[in-house]
Design a protein around this ligand. Sequence first.
Ligand code: ATP
Ligand code: MG
Length: 575
Amino acid sequence: MLWSKTLIPTLKEDPADAEVISHKLLVRAGFIKQVSRGVYDYFPLALRVIRKIEQIVREEMNRAGAQELLMPISAPAELWQESGRWEMYGKELLRFKDRNERDFCLGPTHEEIVTDLVRRSVRSYRELPFNLYQIQTKFRDEPRPRFGLMRGREFIMKDAYSFHTDVEDCRREYDNMVQTYKRIFTRCGLSFRPVEADTGAIGGNQSHEFQVLAESGEDAIVSCNTCDYAANVEKAEVRAARPAGRDIAEESPQLEKVSTPGKKSVAEVAEYLKLPVERFIKTLVFKTDSGEFVAALVRGDHEINDLKLRAVLGAREIALADEASVAAAAGAMPGFLGPIGLKLRMIADLSVHGMRAAVTGANEADAHFIQVDQERDFTPSAFADLRLAVSGDPCPRCDSGTLETHRGIEVGQVFYLGTKYSVAMGATYLDAEGRERPIEMGCYGIGISRLVAAAIEQNHDANGIIWPFSLAPFQVLLLPINYKDKAIREAADKLYQELQQNGVEVLLDDRDERPGVKFKDADLVGIPLRVTLGAKGLEKGCIELRSRRDSKTEEIPVADSVTKIRAVLTQALQA
Ligand code: ATP
Ligand code: MG
């Protein structure tokens, strides 16, 4: 393609609202433009990258035995009511009415639509198993769309759904998809990790996420430094450690109430009392969707994992209670709450078990207890794993490892759904004995447009994007220093033709711009191979080949250039 005929609106300045590098570079390099919050135009270069990703995904999904189809973006409310998610799903589900006042939504994911399709098309066990996928725009009215393509409201997803007669076969397909995802992300040239994950709003009982490792990632993940355990921190189990308080040799003398005027947070009280935060027990009051107030206790240096607490309570939703309800339910203000004498159901984290010489609120203003001995002074309703895993925790799987933390961008997720949707919506088949049984299901998503951002987060430098060869909008950029010069133009046009005839994807910068501008734009846009044609080189019959990634340059004879470039590309795409 010719640069002068392609819409590549590069900018000199970073956009003011962009926080992460992929967002800045995608806007500055002329790939995307925001239309409304979290909704973008994809310019031609971006669409080419998206098509590359889609192609890799298609090839690998087809190879894995899945079939492509296309379902509608809008869905009637009735299907979502059948699954129970019309009520369950929050405001992310964009609901609207058609002209006849019928309720609809824009699909954030397609379990309902595909389950309906299958229950109307499948009768017998002989028609199973199969795996259906589509690549399509999704809409989620995210509360905080941000980071450009990383968290949009409208975004492109590959979603796949598989259908089976039994659990075992469904697990086989789950593993097949895990292997397929590994191949896809490897071909995209990304450094990633599969991690154990929570199942969130999709449901089901087993799940893995594929996380591209990047500092800007919104997810925290932990991995063992010894075995291959890795999990999203939301999901990461924490093994019961030796009770922290037992490290303190002294017998706790009597419980003592001390004055802590105006000191509320653990950090403030710790500093005031000159005691380490690990000696504290934090008491947090949550309200469940059924209206119950429950106290959760964790050590001062730990954080509650809401998902674990929700699961322990068997609640659908939990939220920290506001000050007024805490005061009404617990009889004291947040900041001075403690388990001693508290008249609420209390769930304590495993590490609170047996703590001695601990500090807690005293359930009255401006006062705390010190020398608290858990076993002597209070008994929670239950102990459970409630906290977020932290770096340095012992691995929950192996005996010798410890956990390390990383940041990740979730680019894909696979779920073992079981019969959640098939039972709710009556998707059944007849087995060999003619008995009606619910279909076992799995589902498998990849964020195609988020992958564009993730690839840039991992592949850029101070000057711009560095596309992996497999995702690049073009493989080669031809950069004639002065396209008006007859000799240069003729050489550039000839090479442009020849490369195209050899199946190379090439962009020719035919603009009448200063060389400095062209070089800057070339680095910004990030095409992996740059071929520079200048008067001096051409006099010697040479052109310059430059790798965007490591800036290595090489002078090569014009006569060898097509062969040489093809060799570089073949090697890069095989790597
Ligand atoms: P997140 O936890 O990041 O909100 P999710 O777990 O809700 O994502 P899934 O339902 O698993 O997302 O969707 C499948 C894939 O779609 C995700 O792995 C992710 O790559 C992509 N995706 C989800 N939400 C968005 C979004 N708002 N913008 C871009 N891509 C998204
Ligand atoms: Mg997910």
